[in-house]
Ligand binder design. Structure first.
Ligand SMILES: Cc1ncc(COP(=O)(O)O)c(C=O)c1O
Length: 411
């Protein structure tokens, strides 16, 4: 059995020992995985934690296994609290980032005419949820304009909209799915705090890639998944809920026997912490995998990760931009590790299939994923490549070589 600590050089120094980190990642031997924005490759300790728990469930029973691993389950909350700069009681497990997001939305008592203030780059499923709220509750959706310099949302314009509309909710996606744009969530948060506005941040693509601190951002609610840059398992997500929101008595619309006590026939009382946003049934192996992934990220160190990962993507973006027939699409002064581009002479599916055939993992984004952003950029689809710290410069160069060859073959 491999030593789970092998990827760490035995000190608390934030060193990235790439060879060890790659040896700790079985997928590195199989593929060039540039789809971390879809789902990161799990490291061995994550896989092991999940397999061990499934075996334990099969051996002693599912409820009994959960009880036997109560301390490790508690570490899901403790590790995420450490990652986000909060307390364990402010974290709720969810089945996905979207599940966490809709639970959070369901806690807001929207009335007709209430405004949701958001951006033109907020995630597709969030936008659909806002439209569903408009259909059912008659809310108004206001999109803050982008800054003309292409750096993302215009914060001054957004702050002016906060003052004029007094939105019921301000909702911002930190890094969208459809480009490497990094939105200034902390700057927006300062305006929300000043004006006492409810602030929900979708940090799905930034958690695990950058240090994300909920106090620094000033958000009330924050959602993400564990499966992307945190390198946890699929079917996972979490919700951060601030003390302010908990103390105000906010609760999700549908609350179950885990989130509330049924204290009298006609009365229930929500539990104290963010657990009121959870449900009773848990995929415990997944929860333990998430805890292992979060601990792993903390030990690798978010500072070195946040330096290496976007830099690796920068190298990729720069080389791709130099290829004839390729147009890179990511805005902002310091984009995240989501590299998006179009290529002349190719349709979406065959282009991705050509990369699949070269064992390069990638993802497609379509107009539907980003109605505003792709309309502005005038593109119908793009390919997204998303490396992570455990990828190498050689892999970047190999992928650029593959794209160059495919670009040439189409000319
Ligand atoms: C920015 C962003 N938000 C939310 C999500 C949704 O995450 P999930 O699939 O876990 O619901 C994604 C997934 O790609 C995303 O990129």
């Amino acid at each position: 059995m491999k030593n789970h600590d092998s990827a760490f050089v035995g000190t608390s120094e934030p060193l990235l020992d790439l060879a060890a980190l790659r040896a700790d990642t079985p997928g590195c031997e199989e593929v060039i995985h540039f789809n971390n924005a879809g789902c990161g490759l799990m490291a061995r300790p994550v896989l092991q934690a999940m397999l061990d728990h499934l075996r334990l469930e099969a051996t002693i029973g599912g409820y009994e296994a959960a009880a036997a691993r109560a301390a490790e389950v508690a570490d899901f909350y403790a590790s995420l609290a450490e990652l986000l700069g909060t307390r364990p009681g402010n974290i709720a497990f969810a089945a996905s980032a979207t599940h966490a997001y809709t639970k959070a939305l369901s806690a807001v008592d929207f009335r007709p005419g209430d405004v949701i203030l958001t951006t033109r780059n907020d995630f597709i499923s969030n936008q659909i949820a806002f439209l569903a709220l408009r259909k059912r509750h008659g809310v108004r959706i206001v999109h803050a304009p982008d800054h003309p310099d292409g750096s993302g949302v215009d914060v001054d314009a957004m702050a002016a909209l906060m003052r004029s509309h007094r939105p019921r909710l301000v909702a911002v996606t930190h890094v969208p799915t459809n480009s490497g744009l990094v939105q200034p969530v902390a700057e927006i948060g300062r305006h929300c705090r000043e004006l006492d506005l409810l602030y929900l941040v979708d940090a799905c693509q930034s958690v695990g890639q950058y240090p994300v601190d909920v106090e620094e951002i000033g958000c009330d609610l924050l959602t993400a998944t564990c499966r992307k840059f945190l390198r946890g398992p699929r079917g996972s997500g979490f919700l951060y809920v601030s003390d302010r929101v908990l103390q105000a008595g906010c609760e999700p619309l549908y609350i179950d026997m885990h989130g509330a006590r049924w204290v009298a026939p006609g009365y229930y009382r929500p539990v104290e912490g963010a657990a009121r946003f959870e449900e009773w049934e848990f995929p415990y192996a997944t929860v333990l995998g998430c805890a292992a992934a979060t601990r792993y990220a903390l030990r690798v160190g978010l500072e070195p990760v946040s330096r290496r990962t976007p830099a690796l993507a920068g190298r990729l973006r720069e080389q791709l931009a130099a290829l004839a027939g390729v147009r890179t699409l990511d805005g902002g002064a310091a984009p995240a590790a989501l590299v998006t581009f179009t290529i002349e002479g190719w349709e979406a599916a065959p282009f991705k299939a050509a990369l699949d055939a070269r064992r390069v993992n990638s993802a497609l984004s379509y107009r539907e994923f980003a109605q505003y952003d792709f309309a502005d950029k005038d593109v119908e689809w793009c390919l997204r490549l998303s490396p992570h710290y455990y990828n190498t410069e050689d892999e970047v160069d190999a992928v650029v070589g593959a794209v160059a060859e495919l670009a040439r073959s189409a000319r």
